[in-house]
Design a protein around this ligand. Structure first.
Ligand code: PLP
Length: 490
Protein backbone atom coordinates (compact mmCIF):
# COMPACT_ATOMS: atom_id res chain seq x y z
CA UNK A 1 0.00 0.00 0.00
CA UNK A 2 1.01 3.60 -0.60
CA UNK A 3 0.76 6.56 1.74
CA UNK A 4 1.30 10.30 1.42
CA UNK A 5 4.55 12.00 2.45
CA UNK A 6 2.34 14.64 4.05
CA UNK A 7 -0.03 12.29 5.85
CA UNK A 8 -3.03 13.71 3.99
CA UNK A 9 -4.33 10.64 2.21
CA UNK A 10 -5.79 7.29 3.10
CA UNK A 11 -3.78 4.24 2.07
CA UNK A 12 -3.98 3.63 -1.65
CA UNK A 13 -3.07 0.72 -3.85
CA UNK A 14 -0.15 1.09 -6.21
CA UNK A 15 -2.54 1.35 -9.13
CA UNK A 16 -4.39 4.22 -7.46
CA UNK A 17 -1.11 5.97 -6.69
CA UNK A 18 -0.07 5.70 -10.33
CA UNK A 19 -3.43 6.82 -11.68
CA UNK A 20 -3.48 9.87 -9.42
CA UNK A 21 0.15 10.82 -10.10
CA UNK A 22 0.41 12.73 -6.86
CA UNK A 23 -1.67 13.10 -3.71
CA UNK A 24 -4.64 15.32 -4.61
CA UNK A 25 -3.98 17.95 -1.91
CA UNK A 26 -0.20 18.00 -2.24
CA UNK A 27 2.26 15.34 -1.17
CA UNK A 28 3.73 12.33 -2.94
CA UNK A 29 2.91 8.66 -2.69
CA UNK A 30 5.53 6.43 -1.07
CA UNK A 31 5.37 2.70 -0.42
CA UNK A 32 4.42 2.01 3.20
CA UNK A 33 6.81 -0.92 3.25
CA UNK A 34 9.85 -1.32 1.04
CA UNK A 35 10.01 -5.00 0.06
CA UNK A 36 13.26 -6.89 0.52
CA UNK A 37 14.70 -9.10 -2.14
CA UNK A 38 17.78 -11.30 -2.31
CA UNK A 39 19.68 -10.13 -5.37
CA UNK A 40 21.20 -13.60 -5.73
CA UNK A 41 17.75 -14.81 -6.77
CA UNK A 42 17.77 -12.33 -9.61
CA UNK A 43 21.07 -12.95 -11.27
CA UNK A 44 19.85 -15.58 -13.74
CA UNK A 45 17.12 -13.31 -15.11
CA UNK A 46 17.25 -11.22 -18.28
CA UNK A 47 16.28 -7.56 -18.09
CA UNK A 48 12.57 -8.11 -18.71
CA UNK A 49 12.47 -10.94 -16.19
CA UNK A 50 14.14 -8.77 -13.60
CA UNK A 51 11.77 -5.89 -14.31
CA UNK A 52 8.80 -8.24 -14.00
CA UNK A 53 9.92 -9.49 -10.60
CA UNK A 54 10.56 -6.04 -9.16
CA UNK A 55 7.43 -4.38 -10.56
CA UNK A 56 5.28 -7.21 -9.25
CA UNK A 57 6.65 -6.77 -5.74
CA UNK A 58 5.35 -3.21 -5.71
CA UNK A 59 2.18 -3.75 -7.77
CA UNK A 60 0.95 -7.23 -6.90
CA UNK A 61 -2.56 -6.35 -8.08
CA UNK A 62 -1.45 -5.69 -11.66
CA UNK A 63 -2.76 -8.22 -14.19
CA UNK A 64 -0.26 -10.62 -15.76
CA UNK A 65 -1.22 -9.34 -19.16
CA UNK A 66 -0.30 -5.74 -18.33
CA UNK A 67 2.85 -6.87 -16.60
CA UNK A 68 3.93 -8.80 -19.70
CA UNK A 69 3.25 -5.82 -21.96
CA UNK A 70 5.05 -3.47 -19.60
CA UNK A 71 8.28 -5.46 -19.39
CA UNK A 72 8.02 -6.45 -23.05
CA UNK A 73 9.21 -2.98 -24.06
CA UNK A 74 12.85 -3.84 -23.34
CA UNK A 75 13.43 -5.31 -26.75
CA UNK A 76 16.04 -4.64 -29.43
CA UNK A 77 13.81 -2.59 -31.75
CA UNK A 78 13.24 -0.06 -28.94
CA UNK A 79 16.48 -0.36 -26.92
CA UNK A 80 19.12 -1.13 -29.56
CA UNK A 81 20.05 -4.61 -28.35
CA UNK A 82 19.15 -7.49 -26.05
CA UNK A 83 20.76 -5.54 -23.22
CA UNK A 84 18.85 -2.28 -22.76
CA UNK A 85 21.28 -0.96 -20.12
CA UNK A 86 24.86 -2.10 -20.75
CA UNK A 87 27.59 -1.55 -18.17
CA UNK A 88 30.70 -0.29 -19.95
CA UNK A 89 34.10 -0.17 -18.27
CA UNK A 90 35.76 3.24 -18.72
CA UNK A 91 39.05 3.60 -16.80
CA UNK A 92 38.27 2.54 -13.23
CA UNK A 93 34.55 3.35 -13.55
CA UNK A 94 31.56 1.33 -14.63
CA UNK A 95 29.38 3.47 -16.87
CA UNK A 96 25.78 2.29 -16.89
CA UNK A 97 24.46 3.42 -20.27
CA UNK A 98 20.78 4.14 -19.76
CA UNK A 99 20.24 5.97 -23.03
CA UNK A 100 19.70 3.27 -25.64
CA UNK A 101 15.94 3.86 -25.85
CA UNK A 102 14.04 5.72 -28.59
CA UNK A 103 14.80 9.26 -27.34
CA UNK A 104 18.43 8.72 -26.26
CA UNK A 105 18.01 9.63 -22.59
CA UNK A 106 17.43 7.46 -19.52
CA UNK A 107 13.82 8.64 -19.22
CA UNK A 108 12.85 6.00 -21.80
CA UNK A 109 13.69 3.24 -19.32
CA UNK A 110 10.57 4.21 -17.37
CA UNK A 111 8.46 6.16 -19.84
CA UNK A 112 8.12 3.26 -22.25
CA UNK A 113 6.68 1.23 -19.36
CA UNK A 114 4.47 3.86 -17.71
CA UNK A 115 1.72 3.97 -20.37
CA UNK A 116 1.07 0.25 -19.83
CA UNK A 117 0.91 0.67 -16.06
CA UNK A 118 -1.26 3.73 -16.36
CA UNK A 119 -3.80 2.23 -18.76
CA UNK A 120 -4.75 -0.44 -16.25
CA UNK A 121 -4.34 1.81 -13.22
CA UNK A 122 -6.77 4.42 -14.53
CA UNK A 123 -9.56 1.85 -14.43
CA UNK A 124 -9.09 1.61 -10.67
CA UNK A 125 -10.26 5.18 -10.11
CA UNK A 126 -13.67 6.62 -10.80
CA UNK A 127 -15.55 7.08 -14.02
CA UNK A 128 -12.81 8.62 -16.14
CA UNK A 129 -13.26 8.25 -19.87
CA UNK A 130 -10.14 10.10 -20.87
CA UNK A 131 -6.84 10.83 -19.21
CA UNK A 132 -4.95 14.03 -19.75
CA UNK A 133 -1.27 13.62 -18.95
CA UNK A 134 0.42 16.88 -17.98
CA UNK A 135 4.19 16.95 -18.17
CA UNK A 136 6.65 19.65 -17.21
CA UNK A 137 10.01 18.94 -18.77
CA UNK A 138 13.54 20.20 -18.47
CA UNK A 139 14.15 18.59 -21.86
CA UNK A 140 14.28 14.83 -21.80
CA UNK A 141 11.10 13.77 -20.05
CA UNK A 142 9.04 15.60 -22.66
CA UNK A 143 10.12 13.63 -25.68
CA UNK A 144 10.28 10.33 -23.81
CA UNK A 145 6.71 10.84 -22.55
CA UNK A 146 5.44 11.93 -25.96
CA UNK A 147 6.89 8.78 -27.51
CA UNK A 148 5.59 6.56 -24.74
CA UNK A 149 2.03 7.91 -24.90
CA UNK A 150 1.78 8.68 -28.62
CA UNK A 151 -1.50 7.28 -30.00
CA UNK A 152 -2.36 5.38 -26.82
CA UNK A 153 -6.20 5.21 -26.91
CA UNK A 154 -8.01 7.17 -24.21
CA UNK A 155 -4.96 9.22 -23.30
CA UNK A 156 -3.94 12.72 -24.35
CA UNK A 157 -0.68 14.34 -23.40
CA UNK A 158 0.40 17.97 -23.04
CA UNK A 159 4.10 18.76 -22.53
CA UNK A 160 5.38 22.09 -21.20
CA UNK A 161 9.01 23.07 -21.65
CA UNK A 162 10.95 26.27 -20.82
CA UNK A 163 11.23 28.26 -24.05
CA UNK A 164 14.96 28.96 -23.83
CA UNK A 165 15.85 26.23 -21.38
CA UNK A 166 16.31 23.12 -23.52
CA UNK A 167 18.88 22.13 -26.15
CA UNK A 168 18.17 22.52 -29.87
CA UNK A 169 18.01 18.75 -30.28
CA UNK A 170 15.67 18.35 -27.31
CA UNK A 171 13.34 21.04 -28.64
CA UNK A 172 13.26 19.63 -32.15
CA UNK A 173 12.68 16.12 -30.84
CA UNK A 174 9.56 17.33 -29.05
CA UNK A 175 8.16 19.64 -31.69
CA UNK A 176 8.42 17.02 -34.45
CA UNK A 177 6.47 14.38 -32.54
CA UNK A 178 3.70 12.77 -34.52
CA UNK A 179 0.47 11.44 -33.05
CA UNK A 180 -3.00 12.94 -32.78
CA UNK A 181 -3.00 12.99 -28.99
CA UNK A 182 0.23 14.92 -28.41
CA UNK A 183 0.54 18.63 -27.56
CA UNK A 184 3.79 20.54 -27.04
CA UNK A 185 3.84 23.97 -25.41
CA UNK A 186 6.78 26.36 -24.93
CA UNK A 187 6.55 28.33 -21.69
CA UNK A 188 8.04 31.77 -21.17
CA UNK A 189 9.81 30.86 -17.96
CA UNK A 190 12.21 28.31 -16.50
CA UNK A 191 11.62 24.66 -15.64
CA UNK A 192 10.69 25.37 -12.03
CA UNK A 193 7.91 27.68 -13.20
CA UNK A 194 6.61 25.01 -15.58
CA UNK A 195 6.72 22.37 -12.89
CA UNK A 196 5.13 24.53 -10.18
CA UNK A 197 2.23 25.48 -12.45
CA UNK A 198 1.60 21.89 -13.47
CA UNK A 199 1.70 20.74 -9.85
CA UNK A 200 -0.70 23.54 -8.97
CA UNK A 201 -3.17 22.27 -11.56
CA UNK A 202 -3.00 18.76 -10.09
CA UNK A 203 -3.91 20.28 -6.74
CA UNK A 204 -6.61 22.66 -8.01
CA UNK A 205 -10.11 21.50 -7.21
CA UNK A 206 -11.55 24.03 -9.68
CA UNK A 207 -9.47 22.68 -12.56
CA UNK A 208 -10.13 19.07 -11.60
CA UNK A 209 -13.89 19.70 -11.50
CA UNK A 210 -13.90 21.62 -14.74
CA UNK A 211 -12.07 18.86 -16.57
CA UNK A 212 -14.20 16.21 -14.94
CA UNK A 213 -17.17 17.70 -16.75
CA UNK A 214 -15.27 17.06 -19.97
CA UNK A 215 -14.75 13.45 -18.76
CA UNK A 216 -11.04 13.98 -18.14
CA UNK A 217 -8.87 13.08 -15.21
CA UNK A 218 -5.37 14.48 -14.92
CA UNK A 219 -2.34 12.35 -14.45
CA UNK A 220 1.39 12.89 -14.45
CA UNK A 221 4.31 11.37 -16.30
CA UNK A 222 6.85 13.29 -14.23
CA UNK A 223 8.90 11.48 -11.65
CA UNK A 224 6.43 12.58 -8.99
CA UNK A 225 4.46 9.59 -10.35
CA UNK A 226 5.35 6.36 -8.60
CA UNK A 227 4.99 4.57 -11.94
CA UNK A 228 8.02 6.51 -13.17
CA UNK A 229 10.28 5.65 -10.25
CA UNK A 230 9.45 1.98 -10.06
CA UNK A 231 10.94 0.88 -13.41
CA UNK A 232 14.10 2.83 -12.55
CA UNK A 233 14.84 0.61 -9.55
CA UNK A 234 15.38 -2.30 -11.93
CA UNK A 235 18.52 -1.06 -13.66
CA UNK A 236 20.50 -0.73 -10.46
CA UNK A 237 20.04 -4.44 -9.83
CA UNK A 238 20.93 -5.03 -13.48
CA UNK A 239 24.10 -2.99 -13.15
CA UNK A 240 25.15 -4.97 -10.10
CA UNK A 241 24.52 -8.28 -11.84
CA UNK A 242 26.67 -7.18 -14.79
CA UNK A 243 29.51 -6.02 -12.55
CA UNK A 244 29.45 -9.39 -10.77
CA UNK A 245 29.20 -11.36 -14.01
CA UNK A 246 32.28 -9.71 -15.51
CA UNK A 247 34.29 -10.15 -12.33
CA UNK A 248 34.56 -6.49 -11.35
CA UNK A 249 33.13 -7.40 -7.97
CA UNK A 250 32.65 -10.56 -5.95
CA UNK A 251 29.10 -11.64 -5.22
CA UNK A 252 27.87 -9.66 -2.22
CA UNK A 253 30.59 -7.02 -2.40
CA UNK A 254 29.50 -3.41 -1.91
CA UNK A 255 29.50 -0.87 -4.75
CA UNK A 256 29.04 2.90 -5.00
CA UNK A 257 26.59 4.56 -7.36
CA UNK A 258 26.86 8.12 -8.64
CA UNK A 259 23.81 9.78 -10.16
CA UNK A 260 23.66 13.11 -12.02
CA UNK A 261 20.65 14.65 -10.33
CA UNK A 262 17.90 17.15 -11.02
CA UNK A 263 14.51 16.16 -9.67
CA UNK A 264 16.09 13.48 -7.43
CA UNK A 265 14.10 10.70 -9.12
CA UNK A 266 16.91 8.61 -10.51
CA UNK A 267 18.96 8.63 -7.31
CA UNK A 268 15.84 7.94 -5.24
CA UNK A 269 15.32 4.78 -7.29
CA UNK A 270 18.87 3.77 -6.31
CA UNK A 271 17.99 4.46 -2.67
CA UNK A 272 15.00 2.12 -2.95
CA UNK A 273 17.25 -0.52 -4.54
CA UNK A 274 19.58 -0.23 -1.57
CA UNK A 275 16.73 -0.50 0.90
CA UNK A 276 15.52 -3.59 -0.95
CA UNK A 277 18.85 -5.23 -0.26
CA UNK A 278 21.18 -4.34 -3.13
CA UNK A 279 24.72 -4.12 -1.68
CA UNK A 280 25.36 -0.39 -2.10
CA UNK A 281 27.90 1.44 0.03
CA UNK A 282 27.61 5.07 -1.05
CA UNK A 283 24.97 6.83 -3.09
CA UNK A 284 26.49 9.97 -4.53
CA UNK A 285 24.31 12.84 -5.70
CA UNK A 286 25.95 14.98 -8.40
CA UNK A 287 24.60 18.45 -9.22
CA UNK A 288 25.57 21.04 -11.80
CA UNK A 289 25.97 24.73 -11.02
CA UNK A 290 22.36 24.76 -9.77
CA UNK A 291 23.73 23.14 -6.64
CA UNK A 292 20.78 23.47 -4.29
CA UNK A 293 21.06 19.80 -3.29
CA UNK A 294 24.77 19.67 -2.54
CA UNK A 295 24.32 22.80 -0.44
CA UNK A 296 21.55 21.06 1.46
CA UNK A 297 23.80 18.14 2.34
CA UNK A 298 26.40 20.61 3.56
CA UNK A 299 24.15 22.90 5.60
CA UNK A 300 20.79 21.20 6.19
CA UNK A 301 19.13 24.18 4.51
CA UNK A 302 17.20 23.78 1.29
CA UNK A 303 17.14 27.21 -0.32
CA UNK A 304 15.69 27.81 -3.74
CA UNK A 305 16.16 31.58 -3.47
CA UNK A 306 19.31 31.80 -5.53
CA UNK A 307 20.38 32.62 -9.06
CA UNK A 308 19.13 30.17 -11.64
CA UNK A 309 21.76 29.14 -14.19
CA UNK A 310 21.22 27.82 -17.68
CA UNK A 311 23.98 25.22 -18.00
CA UNK A 312 25.19 22.75 -20.59
CA UNK A 313 23.38 20.02 -18.62
CA UNK A 314 19.88 21.52 -18.97
CA UNK A 315 18.02 18.47 -17.70
CA UNK A 316 19.51 19.23 -14.29
CA UNK A 317 18.71 22.95 -14.28
CA UNK A 318 16.27 22.56 -11.44
CA UNK A 319 15.97 24.32 -8.10
CA UNK A 320 12.84 22.62 -6.81
CA UNK A 321 13.75 18.99 -6.73
CA UNK A 322 10.41 17.20 -6.42
CA UNK A 323 11.45 13.79 -5.27
CA UNK A 324 13.56 15.20 -2.48
CA UNK A 325 10.30 15.30 -0.54
CA UNK A 326 10.13 11.50 -0.69
CA UNK A 327 13.74 11.22 0.42
CA UNK A 328 13.24 13.55 3.39
CA UNK A 329 10.14 11.63 4.37
CA UNK A 330 12.25 8.49 4.68
CA UNK A 331 15.14 10.33 6.36
CA UNK A 332 12.85 11.86 8.98
CA UNK A 333 11.66 8.36 9.91
CA UNK A 334 8.38 8.90 8.09
CA UNK A 335 7.45 12.05 9.99
CA UNK A 336 4.77 13.48 7.71
CA UNK A 337 4.17 16.41 10.03
CA UNK A 338 7.72 17.59 9.58
CA UNK A 339 7.55 17.07 5.82
CA UNK A 340 4.37 19.08 5.73
CA UNK A 341 5.99 22.01 7.53
CA UNK A 342 9.15 21.95 5.42
CA UNK A 343 7.39 21.94 2.09
CA UNK A 344 4.84 24.55 3.13
CA UNK A 345 7.80 26.69 4.17
CA UNK A 346 9.51 26.05 0.86
CA UNK A 347 6.42 27.33 -0.87
CA UNK A 348 5.89 30.40 1.30
CA UNK A 349 9.47 31.33 2.28
CA UNK A 350 11.49 29.72 -0.50
CA UNK A 351 13.56 27.69 1.95
CA UNK A 352 13.54 25.42 4.97
CA UNK A 353 15.97 23.87 7.40
CA UNK A 354 15.74 20.31 8.67
CA UNK A 355 16.54 19.16 12.19
CA UNK A 356 19.98 17.77 12.99
CA UNK A 357 18.77 14.18 13.26
CA UNK A 358 17.26 14.22 9.77
CA UNK A 359 20.35 15.87 8.35
CA UNK A 360 22.63 13.31 9.96
CA UNK A 361 20.63 10.48 8.49
CA UNK A 362 20.48 12.12 5.06
CA UNK A 363 24.26 12.50 5.10
CA UNK A 364 24.69 8.91 6.11
CA UNK A 365 22.66 7.76 3.10
CA UNK A 366 23.80 10.20 0.43
CA UNK A 367 27.06 11.98 -0.33
CA UNK A 368 26.83 15.02 -2.57
CA UNK A 369 28.94 17.27 -4.75
CA UNK A 370 28.67 19.52 -7.76
CA UNK A 371 30.60 20.47 -10.88
CA UNK A 372 30.88 23.85 -12.56
CA UNK A 373 30.78 24.40 -16.32
CA UNK A 374 34.57 24.42 -16.81
CA UNK A 375 34.91 21.20 -14.88
CA UNK A 376 32.25 19.55 -17.03
CA UNK A 377 34.03 20.51 -20.24
CA UNK A 378 37.40 19.42 -18.87
CA UNK A 379 35.96 16.07 -17.76
CA UNK A 380 34.49 15.37 -21.20
CA UNK A 381 37.83 16.29 -22.77
CA UNK A 382 39.96 14.23 -20.40
CA UNK A 383 37.75 11.15 -20.55
CA UNK A 384 37.87 11.18 -24.34
CA UNK A 385 41.63 11.77 -24.39
CA UNK A 386 42.45 9.06 -21.89
CA UNK A 387 39.80 6.44 -22.58
CA UNK A 388 38.34 7.27 -26.00
CA UNK A 389 34.91 7.39 -24.36
CA UNK A 390 32.40 10.15 -25.14
CA UNK A 391 30.48 11.49 -22.11
CA UNK A 392 27.39 13.66 -22.35
CA UNK A 393 27.49 16.76 -20.09
CA UNK A 394 25.11 15.30 -17.48
CA UNK A 395 27.14 12.13 -17.12
CA UNK A 396 30.29 14.27 -17.03
CA UNK A 397 28.91 16.10 -13.98
CA UNK A 398 28.68 12.72 -12.24
CA UNK A 399 32.17 11.63 -13.31
CA UNK A 400 33.67 14.86 -11.99
CA UNK A 401 31.88 14.60 -8.65
CA UNK A 402 32.94 10.95 -8.43
CA UNK A 403 36.60 11.79 -9.01
CA UNK A 404 36.42 14.41 -6.30
CA UNK A 405 34.82 11.89 -3.95
CA UNK A 406 37.64 9.41 -4.62
CA UNK A 407 40.28 12.08 -3.99
CA UNK A 408 38.82 13.33 -0.73
CA UNK A 409 37.63 10.03 0.74
CA UNK A 410 40.34 7.64 -0.41
CA UNK A 411 37.53 5.15 -1.03
CA UNK A 412 38.39 2.60 -3.71
CA UNK A 413 35.08 0.74 -3.83
CA UNK A 414 33.96 -0.25 -7.34
CA UNK A 415 31.81 2.62 -8.56
CA UNK A 416 29.07 2.79 -11.16
CA UNK A 417 28.02 6.03 -12.85
CA UNK A 418 24.42 6.33 -14.06
CA UNK A 419 24.92 7.65 -17.59
CA UNK A 420 21.74 9.50 -18.41
CA UNK A 421 22.01 10.70 -22.02
CA UNK A 422 23.67 9.99 -25.32
CA UNK A 423 26.39 12.56 -26.03
CA UNK A 424 24.67 13.26 -29.36
CA UNK A 425 21.77 14.87 -27.54
CA UNK A 426 24.19 17.61 -26.54
CA UNK A 427 26.52 17.34 -29.50
CA UNK A 428 27.55 21.02 -29.61
CA UNK A 429 28.78 21.07 -26.02
CA UNK A 430 30.49 17.70 -26.34
CA UNK A 431 32.21 18.60 -29.59
CA UNK A 432 33.45 21.93 -28.20
CA UNK A 433 34.83 20.09 -25.17
CA UNK A 434 36.63 17.38 -27.10
CA UNK A 435 37.84 19.39 -30.08
CA UNK A 436 37.31 23.14 -29.50
CA UNK A 437 38.57 24.03 -32.98
CA UNK A 438 35.74 21.99 -34.53
CA UNK A 439 32.98 23.68 -32.53
CA UNK A 440 30.08 25.19 -34.45
CA UNK A 441 26.91 27.02 -33.54
CA UNK A 442 25.01 24.78 -35.93
CA UNK A 443 23.71 21.96 -33.73
CA UNK A 444 22.93 19.65 -36.67
CA UNK A 445 26.42 20.07 -38.04
CA UNK A 446 27.76 19.27 -34.56
CA UNK A 447 26.07 15.87 -34.66
CA UNK A 448 27.80 14.99 -37.92
CA UNK A 449 31.17 16.29 -36.81
CA UNK A 450 31.01 14.51 -33.47
CA UNK A 451 30.21 11.29 -35.26
CA UNK A 452 33.06 11.52 -37.76
CA UNK A 453 35.51 12.61 -35.07
CA UNK A 454 34.73 9.82 -32.62
CA UNK A 455 33.50 7.08 -34.93
CA UNK A 456 30.36 6.79 -32.77
CA UNK A 457 27.10 6.41 -34.70
CA UNK A 458 24.36 9.02 -34.34
CA UNK A 459 21.39 7.30 -32.61
CA UNK A 460 18.59 6.64 -35.08
CA UNK A 461 16.08 8.86 -33.24
CA UNK A 462 18.40 11.84 -33.64
CA UNK A 463 19.14 11.37 -37.33
CA UNK A 464 17.58 13.76 -39.80
CA UNK A 465 15.85 15.78 -37.07
CA UNK A 466 16.58 19.03 -38.88
CA UNK A 467 14.69 17.76 -41.94
CA UNK A 468 11.50 16.85 -40.07
CA UNK A 469 8.45 19.10 -40.12
CA UNK A 470 7.85 21.03 -36.95
CA UNK A 471 4.25 20.65 -35.90
CA UNK A 472 2.46 23.68 -34.62
CA UNK A 473 3.49 24.52 -31.07
CA UNK A 474 1.92 26.97 -28.70
CA UNK A 475 3.82 29.49 -26.62
CA UNK A 476 2.40 30.74 -23.34
CA UNK A 477 3.17 32.50 -20.07
CA UNK A 478 3.16 30.23 -16.98
CA UNK A 479 0.07 31.96 -15.58
CA UNK A 480 -1.84 31.27 -18.82
CA UNK A 481 -1.34 27.49 -18.74
CA UNK A 482 -4.76 26.73 -17.19
CA UNK A 483 -6.55 28.83 -19.81
CA UNK A 484 -4.60 27.25 -22.61
CA UNK A 485 -5.52 23.78 -21.39
CA UNK A 486 -9.18 24.72 -21.30
CA UNK A 487 -8.93 26.07 -24.83
CA UNK A 488 -7.15 22.99 -26.15
CA UNK A 489 -9.17 20.26 -24.49
CA UNK A 490 -12.63 21.45 -23.42
C1 PLP B 1 16.18 13.95 -16.22
C2 PLP B 1 17.63 13.91 -16.39
C3 PLP B 1 18.51 13.98 -15.28
C4 PLP B 1 18.01 14.18 -13.88
O1 PLP B 1 17.31 13.07 -13.39
P1 PLP B 1 16.39 13.20 -12.08
O2 PLP B 1 15.70 11.91 -11.96
O3 PLP B 1 15.46 14.34 -12.37
O4 PLP B 1 17.30 13.52 -10.95
C5 PLP B 1 19.86 13.86 -15.51
N1 PLP B 1 20.35 13.70 -16.77
C6 PLP B 1 19.55 13.65 -17.84
C7 PLP B 1 20.16 13.51 -19.19
C8 PLP B 1 18.17 13.74 -17.69
O5 PLP B 1 17.38 13.67 -18.77
Amino acid sequence: MYISTRGNSSERTGKEAIALGMVPNGGLFVPRIIPKINWQELKELNYSGLARKIIKLYLPELSDRTLDQAVGVYRPDLFDSENPAPLVQVGNLGILELWHGPTSAFKDMALQVLPHLLKESIQSIEEAEKVLILVATSGDTGKAALEGFRDVPGIEIAVFYPENGVSAVQERQMTTTEGKNTFVIAVKGNFDECQSKVKEIFGSKAMIDEFKKGKYVFSSANSINWGRLLPQIVYYFWAYAQAAACGKIQAGELINIVVPTGNFGNILAAYYAKEMGLPIKELICASNQNNVLSEFFQTGIYNRLRPFYLTTSPSMDILISSNFERFLYHMSDCDSEKVNLWFKELQSEGKFEVDSQTLAKAREYVKAGWANEDEVQATIHKTYDECGYVLDPHTAVAVKVCQEYFDTSGDSTYTIIASTASPFKFAGTVLRSIAPQQGTENEWESLERLSSLTGWAIPSGLQGLDQKTVNKTETTAPSEIPNLLTKLFL
